[in-house]
Structures are given as structure tokens and as C-alpha cells.
Design a protein around this ligand. Sequence first.
Ligand code: ATP
Ligand code: MG
Length: 177
Amino acid sequence: TTVPVRDVIDEAVDRARTTAQGKGITITTGGELDAVVYGDHALLVTALRNLLDNAVAYSNQGTRVGVGVSIASGAGLVEIAVVDQGIGIAPDSQDRVFERFYRVDPARSRDTGGTGLGLSIVKHIAADHGGEVTMWSEPGRGSTFTLRIPAAHESTVIVVDDELDLGTDAAPGVVGP
Ligand code: ATP
Ligand code: MG
């Protein structure tokens, strides 16, 4: 079904907010919040929730977490990026974090109480949607996890309208009723 990205973000951010506030972490949202994707609302909330929980868990007090939406119209994908200013992930661990049960430095992150399953779930949800999840990270600076999900018809209509505004005659069939 078609799923408004705003609804997914609102629900996931709402659920992560209490934990975030406990650490003095502010979550902000922005970008193309009107985008619509094709998928399952509950699964997408679960995926985004996992990314937000990580962003909060692996960040220090008083930092900021951002959720930004952009439309990669050429690829027909909507990108939801979760950006943190947290501890980051060492280069040699970066390609392993999506593995089941893998945790960077389990002893040091024991207080977060995770099982190491969150990102493998996100990866599965992305793949089930015909999308993907990728990451960028720099130790000490932070991490960005980007979820790419196929855009629903409503999202591409916006792009087509922009092209029609470029001055050419309206294409046959586009004239209103
Ligand atoms: P859970 O199953 O509760 O999510 P988890 O958070 O340990 O447990 P994942 O979400 O799969 O498991 O993450 C795997 C590991 O990747 C984490 O233990 C952590 O070391 C690292 N990690 C994930 N997200 C971030 C992040 N935003 N910043 C820094 N490290 C991260
Ligand atoms: Mg996690």
C-alpha cells in the first residue's frame, strides 16, 4: 500500500522521544516530508525506530539527531536519513554492523543492553521493500544511516508536474476535465 513518509516519521520519532529527552537529545525532522512510499507502515516504523534508537543510544548527552527526507527521483526512491553526532563506528566494523548479533565493542556498550539484531532487521525490511540501507560513519563525529524505499505514484507525480512547468505545450491527455 502507499504510505505517507510523514506518518512513519511521526510515529517512530514519537516513540523514540522519551528516551532521547532522558539524555537531553533533540530529534529534528526536515526535508520532503510529503513524500509517499510503497510499503508497509508498521514495518517502516520498526525500521526507522531501530535507526533512531541506535542514534540516541550511541550518542552523548545534549547532542542532536536529525531525520531528513529527500527524493532520488531518477532512481524512484525516497531516502530517509538518520543523522547523529554520536560515537561513530570504526572503519573495520562498518561493514559488519548489519550482521545479526554483531555489536561493536560489546563490553563498552553493555549498558545499552542491545542484542545486535536491530540493524539486521532494518536491512531485511529495506530489502523486503525493494530498497536498501547504507551507512556513513566517522569515529568521534557521528553516523548517518540512509534508508531508501521505492517512491509511490504520488511522489513521482510531483516530479512530472515540475517538468510540465518548463514551458512546453501541455502533453495530450494532461488537459484537465
Ligand atoms: P539491538 O538489537 O537492541 O538493536 P544493538 O543496537 O547492539 O542491539 P544493532 O542495532 O544491530 O544492535 O547495531 C549493531 C551495533 O552497531 C551496535 O551494537 C553498535 O555498536 C553499532 N551501531 C549501530 N548504530 C550506531 C550508531 N548510530 N552510532 C554508533 N554505533 C552504532
Ligand atoms: Mg540497535
